[in-house]
Design a protein around this ligand. Sequence first.
Ligand code: C2O
Ligand code: CU
Length: 466
Amino acid sequence: MNRRDFLYRTGAGLAWLVTPALAVGTEQKKRYLLQAGEGFSNLVPDEDVQTAVWQYNRQTPGPVIRIKQGETLQIPFSNKLIQPTSIHWHGLRIENRMDGVPGITQSVIEPGTEFLYEFTPPDAGTFWYHTHNRSWEQMARGLHGVLIVEEKEPIVVDQDLVWVIDDWLIDRDGNIDESSLGALHDWAHGGRVGNLLTVNGKSQPEFPVFRGERIRLRLVNVANARTMNLRFTQVSPQAIAIDGQPIVPAPLENSALTLAPGQRIDLILDMTMSPGERMAMEFYLGEEAMVAASLVCDLYKVVREVPLDTNIQLTKNPLSTTLDMANARTVDLSIEGGAMGRMREAVFNGRKLPIQELVKEKKIWAINGIAGLSDEPLFSVERGETVVIQMDNKNRWPHAMHIHGHHFINIDEGEGFDVVWRDTFLLNPNGKKRFGFVADNPGKWLIHCHMIEHQAGGMVTWFEVV
Ligand code: C2O
Ligand code: CU
């Protein structure tokens, strides 16, 4: 426990924390209390039905936390759940000891105890936070929220909207289907996919807009396992950032996009509809489509007749985008297992086990022949080294591969600001991709599939930057 933790735990320290005496240097500090606990939420279309969920600050999804780039965020977190938990700040390139991974960067936060998170995110953008303990259950029960780091020089928009897209598995009575939590069949297939799509915790919500408005829309896929195919009617959105990192603004092809679990996209939408008209974001699966959420244009008020033509190009974040390919460390990462995957054996807890034994341990996925976390890192590099990971997805399933503490690119697509730097990439079944990044953040970092049941089933490893 460090000095700040202690001050917080003693209670008397609470007052201390807000006094400028403890502020580091001259930087700005923002304090935000978070509490995880049980509660109820009206998720299903029937207004009378409340679903028992797990929440941050009694909200589903958790509150949107907003800070300015350069500010330090201090989060006294208390766990009022019946299970130990932790919070991971997804996509934020922060100090390792604040990364929220039990067993790797911190101990679990036991029920009835607190932990003080504090960090200064270097990047502006759309990020999120979620539990990182028993995530296959705790995320399915609703433990996630959005964290926005606002640009120092923001672009001009009339509304800045956040749409948190989730996929719940609900039984006939409107309760979370608990019998399927932990079901090995799902873990070996595409994960636990749901039957109820929500945006900001509501079924098919509507948001009021005015003709002529420019909307910044931040989409976050917080689902455990479902990759969302989305498309927009009436408007042609432009993408301006992906997984929190700015891109050169580009229109969405066919006004459609794919968002894998964990991924984000920031869009600019100009409300060129007529008063009374609506625009829908549809979720589609093959031929079938349904409305996920809509923007409804006000009948009377018009903001402007001619759309804005101000700049929508965001300023680059302080991300190292120059890869030293000549001296890069190359790492092979091969993913095996799953249903129809013919994996015969893998190492689990230091022992090589045949698949029958692995199944008993619920470890049915492996990275380089190892199921789950081992004591040794997959690789260890020096700070500043360029890493190239050759991912080989040797099985029948797509995977949303996430790296903690770093953003990375598909190097076959190029290098620099005009390509996409993600923290979560979707790999196709039997797909191979080479990813590059500069390992500039010291510590122990996870690599795992963000289809959370795959992670729980063994598709997780870690590396070290020393
Ligand atoms: Cu958002 Cu380790 O994950
Ligand atoms: Cu996966």
